[in-house]
Design a protein around this ligand. Structure first.
Ligand code: PEP
Ligand code: MG
Length: 312
């Protein structure tokens, strides 16, 4: 029955009682963005720009970047597009910027941290995004990965806003989740990266199959941090999205909405199942599911408690 509901669901994302929750796509380049338009998504919640440059020896030119960003923006005219600045390093090394001799790359100079030593790389990317936005007549949102402090968030937001764009940061470091009110005060929106947030909360490598039980997206410790971020978003009336794998699990998506998350971004193929499940539950049921999950102390117990609350 769930498969039928998913096949029939065409968006937009909303709960049974009509609360809007945008269901968005994670994309990597123009081709994947155009493919995403064939699924019931309302825009792009995460454009992982670094993926287009993984095999490059040298930094891409401004013109090359403008063309790439325009392809993604133009795939979703008039719709939301969230562009993430380079998340270089760790599992996504870029030859032209990543230091190869780090002892702990996941804890090293990755994501927005590259801008300290290579300010010109981030500046050229922001210039290219602003030029692409202007050429397309669009207003993409821009966010930075691997932000750990309010100072980093404020510095990034300043660079983005002086180019006339909406500025946000990813919340994927536990410190950023804990201090979400201070970080949200500096930016226009945040997006929670549950893959890294769970990795760093559990101190367990997201790439390790052996540690997969620890990096389960249902870990109550990570859900507790997500709750902190969502509450801060509600207090400050700013959007809080989720763009990690947690958003692709229909049952967990209901929990995220119950915690106060305002949009969900997933691999496009997962969008219909998530949207269909959300359309069957009320916000109140989502809140009850979130409370049930937060009251547990293991992923298995959280799944069981939420399945019970949302059983129809
Ligand atoms: C995340 O960390 O959850 C995320 C969305 O970013 P990435 O998977 O690209 O690190
Ligand atoms: Mg991440």
């Amino acid at each position: 029955r769930m498969a039928e509901a998913a096949a029939a669901w065409s968006g937009p994302g909303r709960t049974a009682d009509g609360q809007q929750v945008a269901v968005l796509a994670n994309v990597a380049d123009g081709a994947s963005a155009r493919t995403a338009t064939k699924y019931p998504v309302e825009g792009v919640g995460l454009f992982r720009t670094e993926l287009a440059f993984l095999d490059r020896a040298d930094a891409p030119s401004i013109d090359e970047q403008i063309a790439l960003y325009r392809e993604v923006i133009d795939a979703f005219p008039g719709q939301k597009v969230v562009i993430r600045t380079l998340d270089a390093g760790s599992d996504k090394p870029l030859k032209f910027v990543t230091q190869l001799n780090e002892a702990n790359p996941a804890l090293g100079v990755r994501g927005n941290r590259i801008a300290t030593e290579h300010p010109e790389i981030r500046a050229s990317q922001l210039d290219a995004i602003a030029a692409a936005a202007e050429a397309s007549g669009a207003a993409p949102w821009v966010m930075a990965p691997m932000i750990a402090s309010a100072e980093e968030a404020a510095e990034f937001a300043g660079e983005v806003r002086r180019r006339g764009l909406f500025a946000g940061v990813m919340i994927e470091v536990p410190a950023a989740a804990i201090l979400a009110p201070a970080i949200l005060a500096e930016v226009d929106f945040v997006s929670i990266g549950t893959n890294d947030l769970t990795q760093y909360t559990m101190a367990a490598d997201r790439m390790s199959a052996e540690l997969a039980a620890l990096t389960d997206p249902w870990q109550p410790a990570a859900l507790t941090l997500i709750a902190t971020v969502a509450r801060a978003g509600q207090t400050l009336d700013k959007p809080v999205g989720v763009c990690g794998e947690a958003a692709a699990d229909p049952l967990l998506a209901c929990v995220l909405v119950g915690l106060g998350v305002t949009s969900l971004s997933t691999a496009p193929a997962a969008a219909a199942a998530v949207g269909a499940r959300l359309s069957q539950v009320t916000v109140q049921q989502c809140r009850a599911a979130a409370d049930a999950a937060l009251a547990t102390s293991s992923p298995a117990a959280a799944r069981a408690a939420v399945s019970k609350v949302l059983a129809d």
